[in-house]
Design a protein around this ligand. Structure first.
Ligand SMILES: C[S@@+](CC[C@H](N)C(=O)[O-])C[C@H]1O[C@@H](n2cnc3c(N)ncnc32)[C@H](O)[C@@H]1O
Length: 486
């Protein structure tokens, strides 16, 4: 039996291979909601630095506080000497390579290029026995990852080859140690195996390769969830998982219709999902769900019906009241929504928050006429308004938008999804700030019921949630006692 299989057996897990999925991870005992199934440190990881996340982060723990730049390469940052020391074996070689580059070029390297440079440095350090190997921390596990090279489009292959040349240029190693074709294939492996490392509130921090957790396959109705505790990846059971069951997580944002989810999975992961949600494709309830989440609503504001194309494809018919809607009319409003939401997004990017709010509110109003109240488009606009009002510390407005998103969250996410838990948490925190104590207790309780399963109970984030809930409970009972005494 191979070493990895033996190590997994000790964790009550086993690897099987299915023809339609490749490797799969199965349980060899029951796991219960909230229980950690597997955790793994990254084989390699890097913090993200891009337009959405421009601030520097610690290379080891991803913190943004007390950062000091590496004085030699000027690319990598650390929050403490402890983090710097932990990363030193890998960074010492990386630092030498980055220091030779033109300063601006070194600073503008993408996360994928940096991740690949780190991957090759790690392999070299293992080969030279400078870094120890184990069953779970071993380049062999990277070799076993799927790459889908034969399915990748020509244009993408050219891009991977160019990126591989850049990695070669950065490393400047002898030909015997580098193989451009293999680096290109490893880029393809990263595309379908690397994970976005997020903080407890699921905000992206970096990218990491976790070759053992990468054995876990996808389902749109997953039984497990992947979260991160700093750089550690943790997979927890979201429900009771009986012995002999495949461990499944979701690779994608599952708030979307079946065709949208399937498109995302095909494009990035090259497979067609056959989970029970996807197997419903084309069935009347799936068509209805798609129309509600991404399609149009009836133009009669008193009717809550959704529209489907009529049989001769001239327009759309309300499935509740039968009202016909002209294709051109819908196209015009859709274009109007597109233009105003693009304007809103441009205003926000250029820092004109007040004007952006007005434009997003107009978008929301128009979307309300066009889409179902549970539409994903409407939900996204409301999420943006919530975010802007949070930044402006307008808690009342933020709470009203947060509340508007909840019914759609409850519809699109499973009962125990971390995003649903986090939305209840935001709602609860705002209610608490605004003195709506009873409502805060209800929302924080719902948040805690979900997040203690997905996030465990021991992280600083969960300890803070527990203490907020306790405080809200205490105040609610004090208020009740005072009322009774009056
Ligand atoms: C992160 S890997 C998962 C492990 C992979 N099965 C292996 O053999 O290494 C992702 C790849 O696994 C396959 N995969 C994942 N979930 C699947 C599913 N539900 N059905 C079919 N293939 C799946 C796809 O080939 C996908 O690109």
């Amino acid at each position: 039996m191979d070493e990895l299989q033996k190590a997994l057996n000790h964790k009550s897990l086993t690897i099987s291979t299915l023809p339609e999925k490749g490797r799969c991870l199965f349980t060899t005992r029951d796991f219960f909601p909230g229980e950690v199934i597997i955790s793994e440190n990254p084989y390699v990881c890097v913090p993200n630095k891009n337009k959405e996340s421009p601030e520097s982060k610690c290379e080891w723990c991803f913190s943004s506080n007390n950062l000091k730049k590496c004085s030699a390469c000027h690319v990598v940052w650390y929050c403490s000497s402890k983090c710097q020391k932990s990363d030193w074996k890998l960074h010492s070689l990386e630092c030498r390579a980055l220091s030779k580059l033109d300063k601006d070029r070194a600073k503008s390297l993408t996360s994928s290029i940096r991740l690949m440079v780190r991957l090759y440095i790690r392999r070299k350090l293992e080969n030279e026995k400078i870094l120890p190997t184990s069953a779970t921390e071993n380049y062999k596990n990277v070799e076993a990852l799927v790459s889908h090279m034969s399915e990748v489009e020509e244009k993408q292959l050219v891009l991977y080859a160019q990126m591989a040349n850049l990695v070669n240029l950065i490393l400047q190693w002898p030909e015997s140690e580098i193989n451009i074709k293999e680096i290109a294939e490893n880029f393809s492996k990263l595309a379908c195996n690397a994970h976005t490392i997020c903080d407890s509130e699921l905000r992206p921090l970096g990218t990491g390769l976790y070759p053992v957790i990468s054995i876990i396959n996808h389902s749109c109705l997953p039984n497990s969830v992947l979260v991160f505790e700093e750089r550690l990846a943790v997979v927890r059971a979201m429900q009771h998982i009986p012995k002999g069951t495949e461990v499944l997580i979701s690779y994608i944002e599952i708030a979307g219709s079946t065709p949208t989810r399937q498109k995302a999975l095909k494009e990035q992961y090259f497979f067609t999902c056959t989970c029970s949600h996807c197997m419903n494709l084309g069935q009347p309830d799936d068509i209805q769900e798609s129309a509600i989440l991404e399609g149009y609503r009836c133009k009669n504001s008193k009717c809550n019906g959704f529209l489907l194309r009529d049989s001769d494809n001239k327009g759309f018919v309300c499935q509740q009241c039968g009202l016909l809607q002209d294709k051109e009319e819908l196209k015009n409003i859709t274009n109007e929504v597109k233009l105003i939401s693009e304007k809103a997004s441009a205003l926000l990017s250029s820092g004109h928050k007040t004007e952006a709010i007005a434009a997003y509110k107009t978008t929301e109003e128009l979307q309300g006429k066009l889409y179902h109240p549970c539409s994903i488009h409407l939900m996204r606009t409301r999420e943006t308004l919530l975010k802007i009002f949070m930044e402006l510390q307008d808690w009342r407005a933020a709470l009203s938008y947060c509340r508007l998103t909840i019914p759609t969250y409850e519809k699109v996410y499973p009962r125990c999804h971390p995003l649903l838990g986090l939305q209840y948490y935001t709602c609860g925190k705002l209610e608490w700030l605004l003195g709506e104590t009873q409502a805060a207790v209800r929302s924080l309780t719902k948040a805690s019921d979900i997040l203690r399963i997905t996030h465990g109970t021991k992280t600083p984030f969960m300890i803070e949630l527990a203490s907020k809930l306790e405080e809200a409970h205490a105040e609610a009972s004090y208020m009740l006692r005072s009322q009774n005494e009056d």
